[in-house]
Design a binder for this molecule. Structure first.
Ligand code: A2P
Length: 333
């Protein structure tokens, strides 16, 4: 018989936290008790789980007593502080922040790729970055066939990845500009995001590479156990509310025909191929928003590199890019 689990969600009032609770409900995860945790700011507010109101509590030393699984999505510093407390109370933490991802003692797991890594956890399992997850779900089955050598990933990332305040910023700026007004103060980005593109996600290092770009490099290598894989690209924030798009060019050891790649991807876990461009069939953010799959289209021979394919990969950054992947890890456990 399936054992019921007591589950805590830290960041329960945030975009990803709410999606985690919705995903637990939709996938009928065997929850005996759900504890909704956030900062003192939202203590006392209510969330609904399986038709029952649950009161949000401020996270504290007592929060993780008798909790089996703690899903975290409350930012890196909150995670650094509270994950050891949760583990000390006997919970397994599945953490959506970047705080633990590159720690050699912490598995970084995408269940379609490296589920066995989860078994080696010491209390914390990290959920990868949203852009990395959708790229590797599409690349892994092709790697198994032809051997990945180099991948270039250029991202078109929605504002939901930055959190609730970014969604409000895009809405407020778009409304103001359409009304012929100045954009309001208080936005979360260094520049206007409405009707604009920001080639800037996370801080830049001395060589001009952003944190998000390093996540793509380092996390892809760790998840696929390919420490030598060459990865490049640019990460860009776009004025889309939810769901990321990515232009992916992959070079392989062996030749891989586009038709063969399509067949492999049609049979791959978590992937939906939408590829009939002459009939205007390809995935878009409006295709993926609110859905679970990683959608792949525009699969074609790369026009510049040998043994290389280019493709367009779309997935909801709050679902497979965050909440769904975390709940799938909980299901593995
Ligand atoms: P709160 O709503 O109380 O601020 P998002 O990424 O969508 O902005 O959501 C961030 C989530 O992380 C929210 O649930 C937020 O709670 C929570 N959070 C942020 N800082 C803390 C903190 N210091 N302690 C606990 N939860 C936090």
């Amino acid at each position: 018989m399936e054992r019921l689990r007591s589950v805590a969600v830290l960041g329960a009032t945030g975009l990803v936290g709410r999606e985690m609770i919705k995903t637990l409900e939709e996938r009928d995860y065997p929850v005996s008790k759900l504890r909704a945790l956030a900062s003192p700011r939202s203590a006392g507010s209510k969330i609904v789980f399986r038709g029952t109101e649950i009161t949000v509590e401020a996270v504290s030393e007592e929060s993780f007593k008798n909790i089996d699984i703690a899903l975290f999505s409350a930012g890196g510093s909150t995670s650094k502080k509270w994950a050891p407390v949760a583990v000390g109370s006997g919970a397994v933490v599945i953490d959506n922040s970047s705080a633990w991802r590159m720690d050699p003692d912490v598995p970084l797991v995408v269940p379609e790729i490296n589920p066995w890594d989860a078994t080696g956890h010491k209390g914390i399992i990290a959920n990868p970055n949203c852009s990395t997850i959708q790229a590797v779900v599409a690349l892994w089955p092709l790697h198994k066939e032809a051997g990945l050598r180099y991948v270039n990933i250029c991202t078109y990332q929605s504002v939901a990845g930055t959190g609730i305040k970014a969604v409000e910023t895009l809405k407020n700026e778009a409304e103001a500009l359409l009304a012929g007004k100045e954009i309001p103060d208080g936005g979360v980005y260094p520049h206007q995001i409405a009707f604009n593109l920001l080639p800037h996600i996370g801080a830049f290092d001395e060589e001009g590479i952003s944190e998000e770009e390093w996540k793509m490099v380092n996390e892809s290598r760790k998840i696929m156990h390919l420490p030598e894989l060459k990865v490049s690209g640019i990460t860009v924030r776009v004025p889309i509310f939810r769901c990321h798009g990515e232009s992916v060019t992959a070079q392989f050891e062996n030749e891989l025909a586009p038709e063969k790649a399509k067949e492999i991807l049609r049979n791959a876990a978590g992937v939906v191929v939408m590829d009939d461009p002459k009939n205007e069939v390809y995935p878009m953010p409006i295709t993926g928003a609110g859905k679970d799959a990683v959608y792949v289209g525009r699969i074609r021979k790369d026009t510049g590199l040998n043994n290389a394919l280019s493709m367009w990969v779309v997935s909801d950054n709050l679902r497979k890019g965050a909440a769904l992947n975390a709940v799938q890890i909980a299901e593995l456990l």
